[in-house]
Design a binder for this molecule. Structure first.
Ligand SMILES: *[C@@H]1O[C@H](CO)[C@@H](O)[C@H](O)[C@H]1NC(C)=O
Ligand SMILES: *[C@@H]1O[C@H](CO)[C@@H](O)[C@H](O)[C@H]1NC(C)=O
Ligand SMILES: *[C@@H]1O[C@H](CO)[C@@H](O)[C@H](O)[C@H]1NC(C)=O
Length: 410
């Protein structure tokens, strides 16, 4: 359990566009970290560990998110879930979970030249980035949808397309921009991507929608900020994503919309200034703001295995895929079946093939330093060595989610 003691009030984006009509930020503390992915692996244990924020109804079944009793989002009309891979660091033969400082989920109002912005329909599922990538995306627009911001107030913060091979004393931000053009029909698709598209043009976060995906939504941009103050990643020798990627090709994130669409649509229409996280300045949010409920919102993990603290192996069947640790084994007694659940993540991101946008505006997250990093302490209840069961971990598909028994050895 953790408490977010101070609200983060930093400015991250330089908003310089005519086409931009404001944004708000939901600053969220960690909700739960476990091997789940209700979009890619519904009803199952997922292949690697994710850190979740949002509705405490989150489970392996997407529908349960909507009936949570609280949310870390700060607005109770938002029962969405937001997730990204957990970050680990390797030292002295152990994989240590890197503490999550906080998450910023940006809602960017970028209508493009022609379209008005529609609220995310309830149940919309989105995936950005490619968890199975083995190289940087050759398409510059898709490559720039993921990035890594190394926060270093002494020597200068810098943004990278891949994991920074250096120390980031004020934190490492994993950044993901989501597609913002919807086909208007499907809440999901077989690859979880093709019902959505990035806008036309070079920027993942701005531009007009292609005719195949004509409905413009808010542009979601995530920052998962990890506390790397004690980690030296010189030579890329320590930081590793939960799926075993040390280089950073596979950074990805997910969104499951659980918004009250009327509230979200009213906010989209009325709250078009730069609100940062001053949600109180957005009248449609006012009846739903609950910051203390957000800081105390918790849930217990549904998958019964240790994924935080000091581990002998990455949870699941994940060996280091690349970088200096390539060659180290996965847990020899890992549960093999769970890896099959990633098969649907391999397809490439839908990209508009429409004509080049005439929009000349550019917008990128800038390297402006946050004024303050709020450190959230994730309490690790035990440092017991994790030895997973030789049988696959499993999740009950029954309405009431049972904890998944995974044997631990002391
Ligand atoms: C900044 O760079 C200098 C020279 O490379 C190095 O000695 C110092 O440790 C760095 N400071 C931080 C905070 O990383
Ligand atoms: C870090 O090093 C890896 C090689 O291990 C390299 O592929 C990658 O480009 C480097 N990352 C950056 C941001 O330069
Ligand atoms: C998971 O549980 C379901 C329902 O209890 C069962 O049918 C299935 O065989 C189990 N899968 C594994 C891999 O244990």
């Amino acid at each position: 359990m953790f408490h977010l003691h101070h609200w983060f009030t930093a400015v991250i984006l330089a908003v310089t566009l005519d086409a931009v009509s404001g944004f708000w930020i939901l600053t969220q503390g960690q909700l739960v970290t476990e091997r789940l992915d209700p979009i890619v692996s519904p009803g199952k244990v997922s292949s690697h560990v994710h850190t979740f924020v949002g509705s405490n109804g989150v489970s392996s079944q997407p529908e349960s998110s909507y009936s949570g009793s609280c949310t870390t989002a700060g607005v109770t009309a938002d029962m969405s879930n937001y997730w990204a891979p957990q970050l680990y660091s390797y030292k002295g033969g152990k994989f240590d979970s890197v503490p999550l400082s906080f998450v910023n989920t940006y809602y960017l109002n970028r209508p493009g030249a022609t379209s008005e912005i529609k609220a995310f329909p309830k149940g919309l599922k989105m995936l950005a980035g490619n968890a199975m990538a083995t190289s940087q995306n050759p398409d510059p627009q898709l490559a720039s949808a993921i990035s890594f911001m190394c926060l270093d107030y002494t020597n200068g913060s810098e943004q990278y397309g891949l994991m920074p091979n250096r120390s980031c004393p004020q934190g490492l931000r994993l950044q993901v921009t989501f597609p913002s053009c919807w086909d208007g029909v499907n809440l999901d698709s077989a690859d979880h991507k093709s019902h959505m598209s990035y806008p036309i043009g070079p920027h993942p976060d701005n531009g007009n929608c292609p005719s195949t995906h004509p409905i413009k939504t808010m542009t979601l941009f995530y920052e998962f900020v990890y506390d790397t103050s004690k980690i030296d990643n010189t030579g890329g020798s320590s930081l590793i994503l939960a799926n075993g990627d040390m280089v950073g090709y596979t950074l990805h994130a997910d969104f499951l919309s659980g918004w009250d669409t009327n509230v979200l649509q009213a906010a989209v229409d009325q709250c078009t200034s730069d609100l940062y996280n001053n949600l109180e300045a957005c009248p449609p949010f006012k009846p739903y703001i609950d910051r203390s409920g957000a800081s105390s919102c918790t849930t217990s993990p549904k998958v019964d295995e240790q994924v935080l603290g000091s581990l002998n192996y990455l949870p699941g069947c994940n060996a280091p895929l690349n970088g200096p640790l390539k060659g180290l084994p996965a847990n020899p007694s890992c549960s093999g079946s769970s890896t099959t659940s990633t098969s649907s993540t391999t397809t490439s991101t839908t990209k508009s093939s429409g004509p080049t946008s005439t929009t000349s505006s550019t917008s990128k997250p800038t390297q402006t330093n946050p004024s303050k990093i709020v450190t959230v302490t994730v309490t690790v209840t035990s440092t017991v060595t994790f030895t997973p069961s030789p049988t696959p971990a499993n999740i009950s598909n029954k309405k009431k989610i049972k904890r998944i028994p995974v044997r631990r050895s002391a």
